[in-house]
Every structure is written in structure tokens, then in C-alpha cells.
Design a protein around this ligand. Structure first.
Ligand code: SAM
Length: 291
């Protein structure tokens, strides 16, 4: 359904925290036929916005921040990613950034909803930016949790570009899914997830960190500031059995970046390390429980 009048699209996903955000939809909200509640609208500051199950997913103005951090932090930390699994991410933004790394040979993107991929191709061309036409990318329409439980393929990195832990995305924050991710990772591999806004959901953040530690020996977090994800900085988990991956020295990260010469808008070699420095209130939430 397309509404022609301007309206305000209210983000309801943080209702349990007593917190709402609203963006003006100039020209109205276009609802898309999908198994989920999916829509698109335009906003004067944020550009084109995708909304899913009451949460803004991406905006064309600030998506570069989230997608650069989800892709380049694991890619430059690992250094030799060749085979990458993306769970969710049907807008193509994480795949787009990963494809800038010439060593990456394959990206398998497991998205539950074909309608998101179609919406991205039709309405968010600057986000997917040709990623779906790249022969290195294979799109699988499936539940990410089922995929990691059943596949025989192995990956150097798993990037979980999930929505909030509601609806179809809930399973992507549960222990069996992370055990599946660990199972499909090669030795020395890394898992990165979006981990929400710690200020808004502190208890959820504590539980999330503890759940990840059931599968991974090293669970660290880095932060990004994405204006449309309101309520404070967003956290991303960085999980491995190799603690050194989250501590690669600045000179090595810089050398890896210079070798590729990629122009970024948010990620820099200096910011890479700095993003792992957590404000105390976040550090206390995600610290391992004392024995
Ligand atoms: N950047 C966004 C955020 O943090 O809100 C996430 C964007 S991306 C559009 C999230 C995608 O995950 C959606 O397209 C959704 O369809 C997909 N998804 C939800 N549950 C899934 C599941 N169980 N398996 C695979 N994909 C799933």
C-alpha cells in the first residue's frame, strides 16, 4: 500500500524500554508484500529508509557506518578472509563492503526473506551497488539458524547482519545458532554480530555476552555510532577462539589497509583499534561473570 500524504513512521521496537523514535516519511510509507512487516519511505535527513517489524533497518545516508564496521573490522583483523558467510543482510550492504577485498573468493548470504533482496535491488541501488551481480556472491533464501546447523561448508568469517531480536530474527541471538556459527568456522575464524544499543537494553546485553561465551573462547565488543540507531552507540560482538584477532597491532592494520588503498568514510586503521575501547558502563555489562 502506498500512502501519498506525508506521515511519521514510529519505530516501536524499543517500546519495552519506553523509548520511541519517529522519522517523517515524505510522500508516505510504501508497505511491501513480505512474510515480515516491511516498508520503505524517504526522509529529508536520512534519505531512503527501510523499516522491518517496527525497526529502521538501513538509511541511505548513514548505512556506510554500520556496513563498513561490520565488514572491515573482521576483514582487516583476520587479514586473509577467503570464504565468508553473511546471515541476514538481504539489503546487500555488508556484501558490498566485503567484495572490496580482493582476497575474498566467496560470500554466501543467507537471508530468510526474498522480499528484502528484491526491495534492495529496486529501491536501494546505492546500498547493494551491484553486489548481487558479482559472481563471488551466492544468495541462499533460508533461515540462518537452520543453515549453520546443516551446511557442510566452512568459512573464515561469519557476519550476522540480523535485525533486532524479535520475529524471524530472534533465533539469530540464541545459543544453538552461535554453536552452529562456531561449527561452520575454520580454525582462526571470526564471528561478528550486531549487538544492539547497550544503553537501552542493559540486561539483554549481559545475557547476549554470556550466550556468546558458551561457544567462543574470546568474546569482545566494538562500537559504532549510527545516527538512525538511536539511544547511544551500537555494539558489535567480535568472537573467536583466538584472542589475538581483537588485538592486532595498529601498524599491521594500517599496512593491510594501505595495501588495498580502499577509500572509506567511517572505518580508519586508527578507529579500528579505538572501536574496541569501551566506555565503562558498556565494559561492565559485557565483562565475564567473576568465578
Ligand atoms: N542493519 C540492520 C539492523 O541492525 O537493523 C539489519 C539489516 S538486514 C535488512 C536484516 C535481515 O535479516 C533482514 O533482511 C531479515 O529478513 C533477515 N533475517 C531475519 N531473520 C532471519 C533469519 N532467521 N535468517 C536469515 N535472515 C534473517
Amino acid at each position: 500500500m502506498t500512502k501519498s500524504e506525508d506521515c511519521w513512521v514510529v519505530e516501536t521496537v524499543n517500546d519495552p524500554s519506553g523509548f520511541r523514535t519517529a522519522l517523517k516519511a515524505v510522500g508516505g510509507l510504501k508497505e511491501v508484500d513480505s512474510q515480515q512487516s516491511l516498508g520503505v519511505f524517504d526522509n529529508p535527513t536520512f534519505g531512503r529508509v527501510m523499516v522491518l517489524d517496527g525497526a529502521y533497518q538501513i538509511t541511505t545516508a548513514d548505512e556506510f557506518i554500520y556496513h563498513e564496521m561490520m565488514a572491515h573490522v573482521p576483514a582487516f583483523a583476520h587479514g586473509t578472509l577467503r570464504h565468508v558467510l553473511v546471515i541476514g543482510g538481504g539489503d546487500g550492504g555488508v556484501a558490498r563492503e566485503l567484495l572490496r577485498h580482493p582476497l575474498i573468493e566467496t560470500i554466501t548470504l543467507v537471508e530468510i526473506d526474498q522480499a528484502v533482496v528484491d526491495l534492495a535491488k529496486d529501491h536501494f541501488p546505492t546500498v547493494c551497488d551491484g553486489a548481487f551481480d558479482d559472481p563471488r556472491l551466492t544468495v541462499v533464501i533460508d533461515d540462518g539458524a537452520a543453515f549453520v546447523a546443516n551446511t557442510d561448508a566452512r568459512f573464515d568469517a561469519v557476519i550476522v547482519d540480523a535485525p533486532d531480536p524479535v520475529g524471524a530474527g530472534k533465533v539469530l541471538f540464541e545459543a544453538p545458532f552461535y554453536a552452529g556459527c562456531h561449527r561452520v568456522l575454520r580454525e582462526g575464524g571470526v564471528l561478528v554480530t550486531q549487538s544492539g544499543i547497550p544503553f537501552l537494553t542493559p540486561q539483554w546485553m549481559r545475557d547476549h555476552a554470556a550466550t556468546l561465551r558458551q561457544s567462543f573462547g574470546s568474546v569482545r565488543f566494538f562500537l559504532s555510532t549510527v545516527p538512525s540507531y538511536t539511544g547511544g552507540p551500537m555494539a558489535h560482538s567480535f568472537c573467536s577462539d583466538d584472542p589475538s584477532l581483537a588485538n592486532v597491532d595498529a601498524a599491521t592494520i594500517k599496512a593491510r589497509a594501505e595495501a588495498l588503498g580502499l577509500a572509506m568514510r567511517y572505518w580508519t586503521p586508527t578507529l579500528h583499534g579505538a572501536a574496541f575501547a569501551l566506555p565503562r558502563y558498556v565494559d561492565e555489562l559485557v565483562a565475564p561473570a567473576s568465578p
